[in-house]
Ligand binder design. Structure first.
Ligand SMILES: *Cc1c(COP(=O)(O)O)cnc(C)c1O
Length: 292
């Protein structure tokens, strides 16, 4: 399957002009970033494959997108994760809910990666956590080619790219395939961890990591980030994801004064996961209010 180019839009935020590449609108069924990273797997013939096996967190965007891929291709999908809270089992939401609806078989295991590998046989397709593998470059290069055309069409002088990283795979392959500077930030581990991830995949030029004094722990709730997310939604009319984007914007806004050129923000999708994050924020605000 092929994807039509995702929309490219000009916006203003806090008085600053910024372009947004809407990979969230790439495809109705796929989470933007993961659709790019799995593009290669969507198009391979795979004569013998009947089952796809992966592992990761219980609300992962990759998990959801793999469940879609498996459904499209008529494969079984088996997914290993460390722990599923009882609350989630009884009240499925977000990526977890929709992946189950697509027929995912989920297995709790403490050593999810090891157990996933033990489980597979030679005819299975195994996908690393978050789609962190070299095959991801194929789809990310398609994104890079779209960006080159978008930039040319809009006549943008001195553009630079910005996107928040998890594993850093997308930022790294974008930098490799684009003649512009790519800036990113860490959202999962710290900056050191992100640099190590870059070094493991390739030795070419790396994206520049924008850091912050304050540490944001992945998946934790920060009222100031929720407020920023709401401000972005109200000002630009765009719903960003709640895991990566608020940290991404927060760090971007810390540095934007010092960055030369016109920013292009990559919206990498993932809004399906917002359901569970929003519930958690709302519960937190409710408890905080009751405790005041
Ligand atoms: C997976 C994902 C990321 C992180 O991508 P990496 O290639 O792992 O850095 C960022 N945003 C969204 C919405 C994602 O789904």
């Amino acid at each position: 399957m092929t994807f039509s180019p995702s929309p490219f839009q000009k916006h203003t935020f806090r008085g600053r002009e910024i372009y947004v590449k809407r990979d969230d609108a790439l495809h109705v069924d796929f989470s933007g970033n993961k659709a790019r990273k799995f593009h290669w797997f969507l198009n391979q013939e795979f004569v013998h494959v009947k089952r796809v096996v992966s592992y990761g967190s219980n609300q992962s965007n990759a998990m959801y997108s793999l469940s879609v891929m498996a459904r499209y291709r008529g494969w079984e999908f088996v997914y290993f994760c460390n722990h599923i809270p009882d609350f989630l089992k009884q009240n499925p939401v977000g990526n977890y809910k929709y992946a189950l609806e697509n027929g995912m078989k989920i297995i709790e295991s403490l050593q999810r990666r090891e157990d996933a590998y033990m489980y597979t046989d030679s005819s299975d397709l195994i996908i690393e956590e978050g789609g962190r593998q070299k095959e991801a470059e194929f789809g990310v290069k398609v994104l890079a080619d779209e960006l080159k055309k978008d930039i040319q069409k809009e006549g943008i002088k001195n553009p630079y790219i910005y996107l928040p990283s998890g594993t850093g795979t997308t930022a790294l392959f974008l930098q490799k395939n684009l003649p512009y500077r790519v800036f990113t930030c860490s959202t999962v581990g710290d900056d050191e961890y992100l640099k190590e991830q870059f070094e493991e995949i390739s030795e070419d030029s790396f994206p520049v990591i924008l850091s912050s004094q304050k540490k944001y722990h992945y998946g934790k709730l920060y009222p100031e980030l929720y407020e920023l997310w709401q401000e972005l939604q109200e000002d630009m009319g765009i719903t960003f994801d709640l895991m990566y984007d608020p940290v991404g914007w927060q760090k971007f806004l810390l540095h934007v004064e010092d960055l030369e050129g016109t920013p292009i923000y990559i919206h990498q999708g993932g809004v399906l996961g917002n359901e569970s994050m929003k519930q958690r924020y709302e519960r937190k605000y409710e408890t905080d209010k009751n405790n005041r």
